[in-house]
Write a protein that binds this ligand. Structure first.
Ligand SMILES: Cc1ncc(COP(=O)(O)O)c(C=O)c1O
Length: 398
């Protein structure tokens, strides 16, 4: 087993700080003194992603070394070594970042939530810069981008990411092309290589929110994207017990700028949460495989169910959406009638969740009122099906 090392015993480094130049793209940011808790560069791995999830981010192998990275609950560290202050970087955080970076082929920066990670990227858009974003991006991201546009901090252009021609023309003059694929919750799939090429041709940075696909199914940096965003809260941690996010990039300067955003925005994750997320990631491959199988079996059956008017599922992944023949009332009744499925927001956990997305007042009005998002867990497919069909019968019989 090859270990991608995350040593807790690195040689001491000088505490002297260097002021980073923020020329070019980062002119609007104050030059920031680089501390000693810098990010680890990408370690190319000979192993498959399934193996990386198990092996990456472990302490260096030596007699008596623990197999798992310990939880180091420290806000500060003795001066003169690698760590200084936990917002800058910390051992348990670095272990998670090493593993996620190896998985996405880049350098990862962990944040206290997916939204904190998203805000870090929004922060590096130059003043007045044009952001091109999906017509139904994740609600929090969509609302925040609209807010920044209203404050005249950015300019915003909204596109249907499935319409590649529209994406190409929207990219003219853009600073950032912000993609989600599949989108939450419309399950739209973008032609990533074509969109990334269009973004780069226009001189834009391209971000892909890879929360739905996970790096086991899709690795946007390998397709040429500049930034990957994750709500680590979801499938990566996988047990609905952690709130965390991450940004991954193969550009070391960009990674450092994103890390500085974490320092200045104060959005560092806790050591305990990093431990839980890394522990959850160890089983990512098995969970995705099983949940995807459940999604395939059940969405295939739902396509012929008379209570369901439309199934949105790209044929892969662990998330789907359905629209109800009986409209919004039927959708609410379905959510109230399930017993094994859990009526709750969020996704990517071991348990199957469902919710009507428009129950959230700020959800995009491009999302149908009766759309229910399904997040498939790892239970028995037959148990999930019998619970769902019983609830669908309850919907039909009133
Ligand atoms: C696609 C996507 N991106 C980002 C986020 C934000 O992540 P968090 O809830 O961890 O802040 C979410 C949350 O649902 C999401 O679904």
């Amino acid at each position: 087993m090859q270990e991608i090392e995350c040593s807790l015993l690195l040689p001491p480094m000088s505490t002297a700080t260097r002021v980073r130049s923020t020329g070019g793209r980062y002119r609007h940011l104050v030059p920031f003194p680089r501390g000693t808790a810098t990010l680890r560069p990408v370690q190319p791995s000979p192993w498959s992603p399934e193996t990386i999830t198990v092996t990456a981010g472990r302490p260096a192998a030596s007699p008596d070394a623990p197999l798992n990275t310990p939880i180091v609950p420290a806000s500060t560290f003795h001066a003169g070594g690698q760590w200084e202050y936990a917002r800058e970087g910390a051992p348990t955080t670095a272990a998670l970042e090493t593993a996620l970076g190896a998985l996405e082929s880049g350098t990862a920066v962990a944040f206290s939530s997916g939204m904190a990670a998203a805000n870090a990227v929004m922060d590096i858009v130059p003043p007045g810069g044009l952001v091109v974003a999906p017509s139904a991006a994740y609600t929090g991201v969509a609302v925040r981008l609209r807010e920044l546009a209203r404050m005249e901090r950015i300019r915003l252009s909204i596109v249907d990411v499935e319409d590649t021609d529209a994406v190409v023309s929207a990219c003219q003059g853009a600073s950032v092309l912000w993609l989600e694929s599949p989108t939450n919750p419309l399950m739209q799939v973008a032609d990533l290589p074509a969109c990334i090429e269009a973004g780069h041709a226009a001189g834009a940075r391209v971000l892909v929110d890879n929360t739905f696909a996970t790096p086991l199914i899709q690795r946007p940096l390998e397709l040429g994207a500049d930034l990957v965003l994750h709500s680590v809260t979801k499938a990566l941690s996988g047990h609905s017990d952690v709130l965390m996010g991450a940004v991954v990039t193969a550009d070391p300067e960009l990674a450092e700028q994103i890390r500085i955003r974490r320092v200045l925005l104060g959005a560092a994750p806790s050591a305990f949460d990093c431990y839980l997320a890394l522990r959850g990631m160890r089983t990512l491959a098995l969970r995705v495989e099983r949940a995807q199988e459940n999604a395939r079996v059940i969405t295939a059956r739902l396509t012929t169910h008379p209570a369901v008017s439309r199934v949105r599922y790209p044929g892969w992944g662990t998330i789907a959406a359905i629209e109800m023949a009986g409209g919004t009332e039927a959708a609410d009744r379905l959510c109230a009638s399930v017993r094994l499925w859990v009526h709750a927001t969020s996704l990517g956990g071991v348990e199957s969740l469902l919710e009507r997305r428009r129950r959230w007042p700020l959800e995009s009005d491009t999302v149908p009122d009766d759309l229910i998002r399904l997040s498939f867990g790892i239970e028995s497919a037959e148990d999930l099906w019998s619970d769902l069909t019983a609830a669908l019968v309850a919907v039909q019989t009133g």
